[in-house]
Design a protein around this ligand. Sequence first.
Ligand code: PEP
Length: 246
Amino acid sequence: MSDRPVLIAGNWKMNGSLAAADAFAFQLGEHLAKTRAAAELLVCPPATLLQRLGERLRPLKVGLGAQDCHAKPSGAFTGDIAAPMLAELGCRYVIVGHSERRQFHKEDDATVRAKAEAALAAGLTPIVCVGETEAQRESGQAESVVGGQLDGSLPASGTVVVAYEPVWAIGTGKNATQADIAQMHGFLRRKLGAPGAATRLLYGGSVKPSNAAEILATGDVDGVLVGGASLAAEDFWAIAAASPAR
Ligand code: PEP
């Protein structure tokens, strides 16, 4: 087995209901009853659905992840959720530093790193997101911005997944070209040094069934982080089915 099995991760963002979670798990289960997934599958629903979706996904051997965690294990932080709480619910992963958290919640690299460290301390694997804006890409700063985010957001040690998500490609229907993805993922792999050989690098940004095979076949891509298209079980399955066997 590869050191870097392909990971297909869904990020539901602030979407979904109990009924939608049940329907999603039922439909995904129908596919998995007929065909074994070639990749590791993971769904990150909003916190309100973690318990319910986790119960439905467990028998399917589909992983459960959260979309954020606090840097502290407990305390007076109204509205926040600590990493050990997520672990207790059965989460194995947590997304940290998604561009929507960086943008709308003003999270900086130090905050993202603290959250990633809290995740590791709770036994979770952080999915650390990095990505440049359109203006940064157009001014030739994509690698320096993403490299800086990587330097500032990664914990000193521990197993992490890194998701490269160009901000301009998230939820816009515009995905990066295969050449741009290969270049950035190669840059990230080199920058990670020796641990990079075992670190999975996901691409995220308008991944859908029609472009998944091409993206997943790109050099240094070990999976995808899927937003909108992960809400429909049929699309999520079609993306999973496009995974190369490793
Ligand atoms: C995301 O939210 O991480 C994402 C990549 O969204 P979308 O697939 O909708 O662009």
